[in-house]
Design a binder for this molecule. Structure first.
Ligand SMILES: *[C@@H]1O[C@H](CO)[C@@H](O)[C@H](O)[C@H]1NC(C)=O
Ligand SMILES: *[C@@H]1O[C@H](CO)[C@@H](O)[C@H](O)[C@H]1NC(C)=O
Ligand SMILES: *[C@@H]1O[C@H](CO)[C@@H](O)[C@H](O)[C@H]1NC(C)=O
Length: 440
């Protein structure tokens, strides 16, 4: 109760532009912390939908979950992908805020502006990640009770998809029990780490068919992937995480440092290699956490954004605990959650899978594999359907995506996009959003 009161008292809605951050006129926001467990604080940031045509009450609410784990939705998702402003604080033409209210949450605890006061404050498995989020959502929908009846969608990217699946299942149960009041309308899993082994096992074939491995390289990558498979078969998930990192190094060596997030974007500093004595966790964090914390984004978040928010504790820096978040989850990375997706579908939850053509880390082949293994009764009918092409919204006549839907399941194949689909193909991502939330 005391917790709830303090949430209500400290939650402030800002209108218009605040302390140097130029915002789209009239954009209304709110943000706050929720203490989800003793000493474990989670930060959320809400943007009310800004549409010429409709009130926010007539538009859906979308929660965005970043990957990593350790990537910040309030930072990367907001300023690099779908929020009203880009990293240079210029209005984003393809922002999702004209279509839906946006709720960014820095999860798990320790991500972005979220923080743990003690080492035991971090989550070590997806179950804790989900129960923490349920505490946050219970607070959010109590505080912002006008959102209780608004269709609520969870969109996610990468490891965020694994968390989104688990959260969606817990949320469905909580709504049935009456412990959370919200109008849950569906979950969208973008380039999601649902079946890690299917991703790793398809890296070789994917890279080979895109001219990024020769026959020697293909054999090496497949060999390394087989080791991961054996560790997973033995349920030795920590070992599997270590061998996943080894497989990535084999990929890097054989591809001259391919970019895991978009095979056509090779960056000069893409060749990480492993430095002497570096732990595999630290190497994995460098590969998968640092790209979400560029120098310029860190400066923005730790600078003018933090000043504007005005509630970030002195000793909390944006991203300061990201690597710890990642390392605490190391035993959970390689565990699949395919069964969770099955449970969601069977429970009648609308599930959308969307994937970028140029993504290596979660390549489309791997997604096809676990989708085909689903036990949900609608899968045979889904498999029998042919896909439908969608024009690229900015280039009519040019294919931007394919999609296919059967009952409460849909799949979008997004062309010319890597792992971060809204950054790579903003207009196509926006159109997909509109189709999923029925605002097209
Ligand atoms: C910040 O300082 C407070 C008070 O000293 C301490 O309890 C807390 O653990 C610190 N938080 C972090 C994230 O270091
Ligand atoms: C769920 O999916 C079905 C089938 O595509 C659709 O008719 C329904 O409108 C969707 N519900 C929501 C809330 O999006
Ligand atoms: C926060 O931003 C400052 C610059 O504003 C930077 O020096 C620092 O490294 C950043 N901290 C993190 C954890 O990114």
């Amino acid at each position: 109760m005391a917790l709830l009161l303090s949430v209500i008292l400290s939650s402030i809605i800002y209108k218009g532009s605040v302390s140097g951050l130029s915002e789209p006129p009239g954009c209304t926001e709110a943000w706050d912390y929720v203490e989800v467990r003793p000493g474990a604080h989670m930060f959320w940031w809400l943007y009310y939908a800004e549409s010429q045509a409709a009130q926010y009450k007539d538009l859906p609410l979308v929660m965005w979950l970043q990957g990593g784990p350790g990537g910040s939705g309030t930072g990367f998702g907001n300023f690099e992908e779908i929020g009203p402003l880009n990293r240079d604080l210029q209005p984003r033409k393809t922002s999702w805020v004209q279509t839906a209210s946006l709720l960014f949450v820095d999860n798990p605890v320790g991500t972005g502006f979220s923080y743990a006061e003690r080492p035991d404050g971090f989550a070590t498995d997806v179950a804790t990640v989900a129960s923490d989020m349920l505490v946050l959502l219970r607070h959010f929908f109590t505080l912002k009770s006008d959102f209780q009846s608004i269709p609520f969608y969870i969109f996610s990217e990468s490891y965020g998809g694994k968390m989104a699946a688990a959260i969606s299942l817990e949320l469905t149960k909580a709504i049935a029990k009456g412990s959370v009041k919200c109008n849950f309308a569906g979950v969208a899993l973008g380039d999601s780490w649902i079946s890690p082994l299917d991703s790793v096992m398809t890296w070789g074939p994917y890279l080979y068919t895109t001219s990024l491995l020769d026959d020697y390289g293909l054999a090496d990558v497949n060999n390394a992937a087989q080791q991961v498979k054996q560790a997973v078969a033995k349920q030795d998930f920590l070992k599997a995480t270590e061998l996943w990192s080894v497989t990535e190094s084999v990929v890097e060596q054989n591809t001259n440092g391919v970019n895991f997030y978009n095979i056509l974007k090779q960056e000069e500093d893409g060749k990480l290699g492993s430095s002497e004595g570096e732990s595999f966790i630290s190497l994995l964090a460098r590969r998968h956490i640092y790209p979400l914390h560029s120098q310029s984004l860190s400066e923005l978040m730790n600078g003018s954004v933090r000043k504007k928010l005005a509630i970030i504790p002195q000793n909390v820096t944006w991203g300061g605990q990201a690597e710890e978040v990642f390392s605490k989850m190391a035993g959970d990375f390689m565990k699949p959650v395919v069964d969770v997706v099955d449970q969601l579908l069977t429970a009648g939850v609308n599930v959308t899978v969307y994937n970028g053509q140029l993504d290596l880390i979660v390549d489309t082949m791997g997604q096809e594999m676990w989708v085909k293994q689903l036990k949900w009764e609608g899968i045979p009918s889904f498999n029998k359907l042919r896909w439908t092409p969608l024009d690229d919204p900015v280039s009519p006549g040019i294919t931007g995506a394919f999609y296919k839907t059967y009952k409460n399941f849909a799949f979008y194949w997004i062309l010319k996009a890597g792992h971060m689909i809204p950054s790579d193909q903003g207009p196509m991502a926006l159109q997909m959003l509109k189709m999923i939330v029925h605002q097209d």
